[in-house]
Design a protein around this ligand. Structure first.
Ligand code: ASP
Length: 586
């Protein structure tokens, strides 16, 4: 037997027992007569003690142990003289009588501690050492618990877990595909799936009724903190359901995951239409942990001779509670903040409602205190509050003010990572106009069903009418992060063809790309719908962290590189030839 206990098992009640532990040397302290070693494994840390008076030879050997040596030690559990209340095993130590080095280790390039001294790339290169750090290990174990609980819940609801292929066909919609050359079909390529969307719909046509999968998806996009080229979804599809059934099932899953992994009972999730979310928060994924809702001041602000407002489509305000004391410097700095290219506002107007009831603004030249009081009242401002106003094109202004609202939420400490505010956003538009390509794209994906009442609008040529078509599409939002999205699908061949036409596909293109799906719809497709959760994101948001990399055992860096195995990499000429790929200039 390698060990009788793990490094987190022993307590005061075990004093007097002879035990054997195995693990890594976290740290050693040589105090002359006594040498202490913290022994670490996945479960915890236990202190070993070597006594010069007991066994000088043993103690000498212990002194030579380096960090991260793998050892096995046997000894007697005893009460510690100075206890460590921060550690589960902190009341005891092992007085070692024998130990063996199972494997020596080089000095690690960074310390294996919660606050490591290793930079990002170094930690990625030595990912196995980074994964040895407790904080990172706990994240990966959390992820494991979350996927096991997902399977439990889904199985309990009668879902079948079915795998779909990774080598599929490239499609023009959505993000860029990763492609894989085919050796047996030279000059042809598979694509890695951006999601199992069409396959899960086909599974419904096949009669599986309830499908789920915890599945890798691949998208060749520019990377950000919450994006990786390969990521994981909890992917689901259900037949013979209404939108309501899907929302209830996945609200149930989310509540189950919070209860079982964090011990948190979430109340029923509020719902909001896309239009309402845009109107109140300027975002389709509002963070509901704090208020600061948008107030429309267009009517009140126009017509007083301030040209900037007079020429704007929209004037919007938010009220920052308790911020009237902001200094000139703070206000200038926030003005610069909204003018950065990432936000793109032209300027920032403020109104200070001082504690003594006096009002001061950056547009005093154009507005009397009474004018400003009308704004303050519309915003429900109290003495001590500060209004921020942005103006311009309606859509852009909403986006900009949404960013400012989140920034103020951060600055005022209103985005507590331990508070969870889920929300269903519903009734998304079916189509989204793309100025650059001058055509409609599917806001969710091309298989999303328009709302029954809006189907006749699909015959229109009027862009406004088409943009107004609503879909049975929904997103789950948690603390301002989109956790997942889904929709009721089109299950009628003609309607699907009509939707492809709106998206600019000729009938031939639609047939070439999605003929298999259109064909399947001719053989008895049941009404169906589904959803997919971003699994990595769910892990990170539940832990109040915004980098999904921390929850992926082997992530890529921002250049899409795996620093540990050093991929991507060139391949041999022979491999290229087998694949029928000639590199330019080669
Ligand atoms: N396949 C969709 C996605 O990846 C989710 C869904 O509609 O079920 O966003």
């Amino acid at each position: 037997m390698y060990r009788t206990h793990t490094c987190n098992d022993l307590r005061l009640a075990d004093a007097g027992k002879t035990v054997t532990l195995a693990g890594w040397v976290a740290i050693g302290r040589d105090l002359g007569g006594l040498t202490f070693v913290d022994l670490r494994d996945r479960y915890g840390i236990t202190q070993l003690v070597f006594d010069m008076d007991d066994n000088a030879e043993l103690c000498e050997r212990a002194r030579r142990l380096g960090r991260e040596f793998v050892i096995q030690a046997t000894g007697l559990v005893r009460e510690r003289a100075s206890k460590n209340p921060n550690r589960a095993t902190g009341d005891v130590e092992i007085r070692v009588t024998a130990f063996e080095v199972l494997n020596a280790a080089k000095t690690p390039p960074f310390t294996i501690q919660d606050d490591t001294d290793g930079g990002d790339d170094l930690r990625m290169k030595y990912r196995y050492l980074d994964l040895r750090r407790n904080a990172v290990q706990q994240n990966i174990l959390f992820r494991s618990a979350l996927s096991l609980e997902t399977r439990k819940f889904m199985a309990g609801q009668g879902f079948a877990e079915i795998e779909t292929p990774f080598l599929i066909k490239s499609t023009p919609e959505g993000a860029r595909d990763f492609v894989v050359p085919s050796r047996m079909n030279k000059g042809q390529f598979y694509a890695l799936p951006q999601s199992p969307q069409t396959f899960k719909q086909i599974l419904m046509v096949a009669g599986f009724d309830r499908y789920f999968q915890i599945v890798k998806c691949f998208r060749d996009e520019d990377l950000r903190a919450d994006r990786q080229p390969e990521f994981t979804q909890i992917d689901c599809e259900m037949a013979f359901v209404h939108q309501e059934d899907i929302l209830n099932t996945f609200e149930g899953l989310t509540k189950h995951l919070f209860r079982t992994t964090l011990g948190i009972e979430l109340p029923d999730f509020p719902r909001m239409t896309y239009d309402e979310a845009m109107r109140r928060f300027g975002s389709d994924k509002p963070d509901l942990r704090f208020g600061m809702e948008f107030v429309e001041l267009t009517a009140q602000a126009k017509g007083k001779g301030f040209p900037v407002f007079d020429s704007a489509e929209t004037v919007l305000a938010i009220c920052a509670p308790g911020c009237a004391g902001y200094t000139r410097k703070q206000l200038d700095e926030l003005t610069e903040w909204v003018k950065r290219p990432q936000i793109g506002a032209k300027g920032l107007v403020y109104v200070r409602y001082d504690a003594d009831g006096s009002v001061k603004s950056s547009v005093d030249k154009f507005y009397s205190p009474d004018d400003l009081k009308v704004w303050l009242q519309a915003c429900g401002a109290q003495p001590g509050d500060l209004l921020f106003l942005l103006c311009g094109d309606d859509e852009k202004t909403r986006k900009q003010l949404s960013e400012l609202r989140l920034e103020m939420g951060n600055r005022l400490g209103l985005r507590d990572p331990k508070v969870f505010k889920p929300l269903w956003v519903m009734d998304f538009p079916l189509l989204e106009w793309d100025e650059e390509e001058s055509r409609f794209f599917a806001m969710h994906h091309p298989f999303t069903s328009p709302k029954q009442a809006d189907i006749p609008k699909m015959e229109s040529d009027d862009r406004e009418v088409l943009a107004g078509i609503r879909a049975d599409a929904y997103d789950l939002v948690l603390n301002g992060v989109e956790i997942g999205g889904g929709s009721i699908r089109i299950h009628d061949r003609d309607l699907q063809s009509r939707n492809f036409r709106l998206l600019g596909f000729t009938p031939e293109e639609a047939e070439a790309q999605f003929g298999f799906l259109l064909g399947a719809f001719e053989y008895g497709a049941p009404p169906h719908g589904g959803i997919a959760f971003g699994f990595d994101r769910l892990c990170s948001v539940m832990n109040g962290i915004n980098n999904i990399r921390d929850f992926i055992a082997f992530p890529k860096n921002n250049q899409g590189r795996d620093m540990m195995i050093d991929a991507p990499d060139a391949i041999k000429q022979k491999q290229l030839e087998e694949l029928g790929i000639a590199l330019k200039g080669a």
